[in-house]
Ligand binder design. Structure first.
Ligand SMILES: *Cc1c(COP(=O)(O)O)cnc(C)c1O
Length: 475
């Protein structure tokens, strides 16, 4: 399998090249040249693999269709090392929980940082370590986080040979739990940097460093953001695992509702559907930052200024633009890279929006690609969390609640609806207490983490300062 750019770059690349590369040189995102089609016999075989041999082996089956530059035995070992009951809390890795009627929750948040990002990031850590050793190279991951991404990256890369993580975050803006999760890591290769500023200041510092091409290549600066194809690919696996748990035969269909921000998670569902997984609908759920819901309803994709991005109680979905969305639009427009470049490279930069409402593809969104969408507000979120707690005795986190609220509006009789759980409630305890009056459970390994010693470097929002810091730590 080779990979091409959504903006028309025609030089196909192998998986391990794009693993470490991030964006394509023409500014596009990488996608496979074509999606492997899974026939009925394969789907049946995979069903048995999942139930009899487990999630790691299913992951190997799916990944090996997309990765031809890692020997099969090595890839199998990497999957087995990643998806263990020890790391993910249960042998099933992604168990389905019943909510009501044909509504289910797929538990994706029992990894090291209690958010679904661990599902992909843990694999990425092992892939990076493997590939860097093979190339005898090093990588310094530089990132900006307001919470879940940074901690998932640090827990995936801690102790890994050849990798250092420099993670900036806005000082004092993350929840105490999130701060404790990150800052209590004492590993030699993890560096937390608390920036005197807001999230955008952190992101601007990261961009400025990455734009200094001399510094970037001298210090091997890389990223782990959600546009990395390997993260998306790892996420495809749990759509299959969810389907195999919710159905008995391949004649049945299921739908998924996905709490969405950068469109990475639901885009993995789109890939699974393109491979032939019998998915009826893919419902993207947004919070008050409804860039995606607006597009699916009107055909207008209108990115927001960062000053217009609202701070909500489902903060990991507070986005001004959806960085993975370009992948889906590439497929929607018949893989026309020139058109995608005109939209994402030119129109968005010039007008801050583009409009597909008059394009024939607009009808394909629903009819051909199965997409739908919905939106949730703070009041909806609170009501949904409370309702689930009172009626099912189940605490759900604020992002997952956005999903459940929207899923309830899209139920079809006879079609199981699976909501992807994106975090555990303890990460957003304040809102859970606001909704229910009860403090959510805390897994044993996180008891008392706020009292652990912290390793974090305070820093002004200054590009020279972070360059000096990286230089010093790499010496
Ligand atoms: C990252 C994140 C999301 C959004 O996922 P995307 O892949 O960016 O759409 C939703 N909920 C939680 C808890 C997250 O951490």
């Amino acid at each position: 399998m080779k990979y091409i750019s959504t903006r028309g770059d025609q030089s196909p690349k192998h998986f391990c090249d794009i693993l470490l590369e991030g964006l394509a040189p023409d500014g596009g995102l990488y996608l496979p040249e074509s999606y492997p089609h899974v026939d009925d016999a394969t789907l049946s075989r995979w069903r048995a693999v999942y139930h009899q041999q487990g999630y790691a082996e299913l992951a190997f089956e799916i990944l090996s269709l997309y990765i031809d530059d890692i020997p099969a035995d090595d890839l199998r070992a990497l999957c087995a090392k990643t998806y263990t009951a020890e790391v993910f809390g249960t042998g099933e890795i992604v168990p389905l929980r019943h909510l009501e009627n044909n509504l289910w929750l797929e538990a994706l948040s029992n990894g090291p940082t209690l958010a679904f990002k661990d599902m992909a990031m843990q694999l990425l850590g092992n892939l990076f370590e493997y590939e860097l050793a093979r190339r005898r190279e090093e990588l310094n991951i530089l990132g900006a986080t307001s919470g879940d991404t940074g901690s998932a990256a640090e827990y995936a890369m801690r102790g890994k040979k050849g990798v250092r993580v420099f993670m900036t975050s806005p000082a004092g803006r993350m929840s105490p739990f999130q701060q404790a999760q990150m800052f209590s890591l004492m590993d030699d290769n993890i560096f937390n940097i608390a920036v005197d500023g807001v999230f955008d200041d952190c992101q601007d510092m990261v961009k400025a460093v990455s734009n200094d091409l001399g510094f970037k290549s001298r210090y091997k600066i890389g990223t782990v953001n959600s546009i990395n194809w390997a993260r998306l690919l790892a996420q495809v696996v749990y759509y299959f695992a969810g389907y195999f748990q919710a159905t008995q035969t391949n004649l049945e269909k299921v739908s998924f509702t996905v709490p969405s921000g950068n469109f990475g998670n639901v885009c993995a569902g789109h890939v699974a559907r393109m491979m032939g997984l019998p998915i009826a609908r893919l419902v993207a759920a947004t919070n008050e930052n409804d860039v995606l819901d607006e597009f699916f309803k009107t055909g207008v994709y209108r990115v927001r200024a960062s000053a217009d991005t609202l701070e909500t109680s489902s903060p990991s979905m507070d986005i001004s633009k959806a960085s993975n969305f370009e992948r889906f639009i590439f497929d929607l427009l018949g893989r026309d890279g020139v058109r995608v470049k005109a939209l994402f490279g030119d129109a968005l930069a010039r007008d801050g929006q583009f409009d597909l409402s008059q394009h024939p593809a607009f009808n394909d969104l629903r009819l051909r690609y199965g997409f739908d969408s919905g939106k949730s507000t703070h009041a909806d979120r609170l009501a949904c969390i409370k309702d689930n707690y009172l009626r099912h005795g189940m605490m759900i986190d604020t992002h997952t609640a956005d999903g459940v609220k929207v899923a309830l509006e899209h139920l079809q009789s006879g079609v199981p609806m699976i909501v992807l759980e994106t975090a555990l409630p303890i990460k957003f305890a304040q809102t859970i207490v606001e909704a229910t009056g009860v403090l959510p459970d805390r897994p044993a390994k996180f008891v008392g983490i706020e009292d652990l010693p912290k390793k974090v470097t305070p820093m002004a929002a200054d590009v020279a300062a972070i360059k000096a810091f990286i230089t010093e730590k790499c010496a």
